[in-house]
Design a protein around this ligand. Structure first.
Ligand code: DGL
Length: 268
């Protein structure tokens, strides 16, 4: 039994898809979520920069918020930094790539799958490695989708412009005749309606959020560190390095009522 919070982070709003799944699956756990909106996007930055940001946020969550676990709720940061973070952090560190790939492999019946993500995450080769570890027989096609994250961060989760961009970026995946598509960026589930329309009904969209929440539960159970429900309801804290009013307004729309308030953090 460990009453400390679970720490989570992303470049901005994307990790809220994972936070939603964690809050729903583990309603007694305290959660501290950090959205690095002051330094977003991560997906177009060199992986070394993303690795440094991820280390800074992880240290901040452990040192200032005494978290019992750090969830890297961002595929780009998971691709860039998971191993480094696990080596330099005293608490367990959980990423999103393995979980997403596991779901993808489970869902496909034809063995032909697609993966979409940021330029950084797709270029890192992390999905290819994870897929080879999970099932070497699955054939996959990957595409980077620059621009998707910016639409989400602006709060434009549907509409004509997103659709036009989606049609262009998803064309190579459609041509590959896949039966399942991994939304390999935690922002993308917010665009699922548009992506689903463009891909068509026969393609199952897979997000890493639920499977990551199951991973987190398993890790807490293994360490005997679930929080026992007591008199105090679970606390959900949100911190942003960018515009706080925007983080609260859009964050509440995307996550739900748990995001009532956010606190500001300024990087020195
Ligand atoms: N949500 C992040 C991911 O899963 C990164 C988005 C970005 O900042 O480019 O990759």
């Amino acid at each position: 039994m460990d009453p400390r919070p679970i720490g989570m982070f992303d470049s901005g709003f994307g990790g809220l898809t994972v936070a939603r799944a964690v809050i729903d699956l583990l309603p007694d756990e305290h959660v501290v979520y950090f959205g690095d909106t002051g330094r977003y996007p991560y997906g177009s930055k060199p992986l070394d920069d993303v690795r440094r940001y991820a280390s800074e946020i992880t240290r901040f969550l452990v040192d200032s918020h005494d978290v019992k676990m750090v969830v890297v709720a961002c595929n780009t940061a998971s691709a860039a930094a998971l191993e480094v973070l696990a080596a330099e952090t005293s608490v367990p560190v959980v990423g999103v790539i393995e979980a997403g790939v596991r779901s993808l492999v489970e869902v496909t019946t034809t063995g032909r799958v697609g993966v979409i993500g940021t330029v950084g995450a797709v270029g890192s080769g992390a999905y290819q490695h994870a897929l080879e570890r999970a099932d070497s027989d699955v054939r996959f096609v990957a595409a980077a989708c620059p621009g998707f994250v910016e639409f989400v961060e602006r709060g434009e989760t549907d509409g004509e412009q997103v659709r036009v961009l989606a049609e262009r970026l998803l064309a190579p995946i459609r041509e590959a005749d896949v039966d399942a598509l991994l939304l390999g960026c935690t922002h993308y589930p917010f665009l699922a309606r548009t992506i689903g329309d463009v891909m068509g009904r026969d393609v199952v969209l897979v997000s890493s959020a639920d499977e990551t929440a199951f991973d987190i539960r398993r890790r807490l159970e293994d360490h005997g560190s679930m929080r026992r429900p007591g008199d105090m309801p679970a606390r959900h804290e949100f911190i942003s390095s960018g515009d706080i009013t925007w983080f609260e307004d859009l964050g509440r729309r995307l996550l739900g009522p748990e995001l009532a308030k956010a606190a500001a953090h300024r990087w020195l």
